[in-house]
Design a protein around this ligand. Structure first.
Ligand SMILES: Nc1ncnc2c1ncn2[C@@H]1O[C@H](COP(=O)(O)OP(=O)(O)OP(=O)(O)O)[C@@H](O)[C@H]1O
Length: 338
């Protein structure tokens, strides 16, 4: 496999009026290989968008090396720009234009044959609605129109920043199907998200970022396996005696109202044999596999607030309101940071 994106030691500092200097990305590394559907996962404010913006030359990094298709970026990005489709800032469309007209204009502006318009509308499932005005589109349809615009040049690499943001479950499912079909057609996809279930469902590889640093990377199943505690949920008649026997066998046991959670058993046979030999018959033995959410919480320290429903990357906690931001680089005319 060859690397499509390589980031090494990326660093970017912003300056805010209220809090002064703030390190957004702090020596971050990432490798995305050809053919991957790669999840870029991290809590709000962990540095995902800044990383993507730096990669695409929208913000000037302080330090680090980056390349896309082996070409150093942002310096020589123009050489490979035709092979990359990206939606990093939410594109704004004219509400009065139809989807078809919007894409046609973008195709002409980008030097892409206008015959691509119908193809990409088909690809994102908007063919039927292509002659409707954009202002009548749902948020999910607008997102798909954005993806369609990125697909016009038939990219080999597609970068999507939080594509499921603000979508309802049906919209999320549509976006997921779209990403899957693009991946199946050979496009390498990098998706940033704080929606863990999405990453777990769509992506084969993941890089987890926290506080501007990479905290885990690899195949999703391997990252998860690294956190497997070999735990099992055991339903057995006589849980108290069973717990004592299992502890004697060297296993960790916690009793959850009669259901035992047994840790440290690589194979379930150890549990069933230990209990069966003493005449205790297991009614149910279920593996407790770590999911990306628990791994993510452990790695990034994003614990649920005790008084709020659990929501990773959701709205700020009470007292943590947004602060006015200003990028002094941009005001000094050194970058294009907003
Ligand atoms: N233009 C800017 N000026 C000042 N600070 C910024 C700017 N852009 C980002 N930051 C800060 O950099 C940090 C990383 O932000 P970034 O948007 O990259 O995170 P993120 O992981 O994409 O978060 P989200 O999931 O909320 O989009 C945050 O602390 C943010 O406040």
């Amino acid at each position: 496999m060859s690397a499509v994106i390589e980031i090494e030691g990326l660093r970017k500092t912003f300056h805010t009026l209220r809090r002064g200097r703030r390190v957004a990305v702090d020596g971050f590394d990432m490798v995305v290989e050809a053919g991957q559907v790669h999840g870029f996962l991290g809590p709000n404010g962990s540095g995902k968008t800044t990383t993507l913006r730096a990669l695409l030359g929208l913000v000037r990094p302080d330090d680090g090396r980056m390349s896309v298709f082996g070409v150093p970026t942002p310096e020589e990005l123009a050489r490979v720009a035709g092979r990359v489709g990206a939606i990093v800032e939410s594109p704004q469309f004219f509400g009065n234009f139809t989807g078809h007209r919007t894409l046609r204009l973008l195709a002409v502006a980008g030097g892409v044959p206008t015959s691509r318009v119908d193809e990409v509308l088909e690809q994102v499932g908007l063919r039927e609605r292509g002659d409707d005005r954009v202002k009548g589109y749902s948020l999910g349809m607008k997102q798909r129109l954005a993806v369609a615009s990125a697909l016009l040049k038939d990219p080999e690499l597609l970068i999507l920043d939080e594509p499921a943001n603000g979508l309802d479950p049906a919209g999320i499912r549509e976006m997921r199907d779209l990403v899957r079909s693009l991946a199946a057609s050979g496009v390498t996809v990098l998706i940033s998200s704080h929606i863990l279930a999405e990453i777990q469902l769509i992506c084969d590889h993941v890089t987890i970022i926290s506080g501007g640093r990479r905290v885990a990377a690899g195949r999703v199943d391997e990252v998860l396996a690294g956190f497997d505690q070999h735990e099992w949920q055991v339903d057995v008649a006589g849980p108290e005696r069973a717990a004592a026997l299992l502890r004697e066998a060297g296993l960790s046991v916690t009793d959850h109202q009669g259901l035992l959670v047994v840790g440290g058993a690589r194979e379930p046979e150890l549990i069933s044999r230990t209990l069966g030999e003493q005449g205790l018959w297991v009614r149910e033995l279920t593996p407790i596999r770590p999911d990306l959410e628990s791994v993510f919480l452990e790695l990034t320290g994003t614990a649920p607030h005790p008084t709020l429903p659990r929501q990773v990357g959701g709205p700020a906690l009470p007292g943590e309101g947004p602060e006015p931001m200003i990028d002094l680089d941009a005001t000094a005319g050194r970058g294009v940071d907003a």
